[in-house]
Design a protein around this ligand. Structure first.
Ligand code: C2E
Length: 177
């Protein structure tokens, strides 16, 4: 694990070519970058893995084709945000959202989606490790991951990464449990 200061726009731009190949011809991939994103602290390869993983899942949710949008946002939380059982501290975040227009995830499955070995794919299609791995990686960067989904309409993953624009040594990312 090599956490470093990262510019999300740069990481995503460098990945675009690969992502376009991953989604294939039936799926339209769009990127929308916020102009004012601060730096985050994460392992670059792992962050790339998370994004690729979410994009592959989104693609697989749209066998007939559709659109995947990756957008970033500079977000200031003036109060802590409570969501699921998580408490996101107030402060500045770089948010990545991965949106698809796919089949969606039924409500009863949404709660379990970040658990190890949970998968909605048939035996042999997925390992069930994808989203729990993504969860672990996001946690190691001090971040948060949430999902919204509407069966028949699509799914959105929200990734919150705290901004790290202070001195390098002031950084104390959360250690993996
Ligand atoms: P939980 O999953 O039962 O986790 C309980 C506590 O175990 C967490 O308290 C945290 O201290 C530790 N923990 C669990 N998983 C990890 C991990 O992957 N890495 C690290 N470093 N520590 C871990 P915490 O953080 O107060 O979270 C309370 C509950 O809030 C969690 O219960 C979980 O249900 C939810 N939660 C926390 N972060 C997220 C998130 O990013 N996304 C979502 N969807 N839920 C979250």
């Amino acid at each position: 694990l090599k956490p470093e200061r990262l510019d999300l726009q740069e990481v995503l731009s460098d990945l675009t070519h690969l992502l376009n190949r991953l989604v294939g011809e039936r799926v339209n991939l769009r990127l929308a970058h916020a102009p004012d994103l601060g730096p985050i602290r994460a392992d670059k390869r792992q962050l790339e893995q998370v994004v690729m993983n979410l994009v592959v899942n989104a693609r697989d949710a749209m066998p007939e084709g559709g659109t995947i949008r990756i957008e970033t946002e500079a977000l200031t939380l003036r109060d802590e945000l409570r969501r699921d059982r998580a408490v996101v501290p107030k402060g500045e975040y770089a948010v990545i959202r991965v949106l698809d227009t796919g089949c969606g995830i039924p409500a009863d499955r949404l709660q379990k989606i970040f658990e190890p070995f949970f998968t909605t794919k048939r035996t042999g299609e997925g390992t069930g490790l994808g989203l729990s791995t993504a969860y672990g990686i996001v946690k190691q960067s001090g971040g948060f991951i949430f999902v919204d989904s509407e069966p028949g309409l699509g799914t959105v993953f929200h990734l919150y990464f705290p901004i790290h624009d202070g001195p390098e040594e002031a950084v104390t990312p959360r250690q993996e449990a």
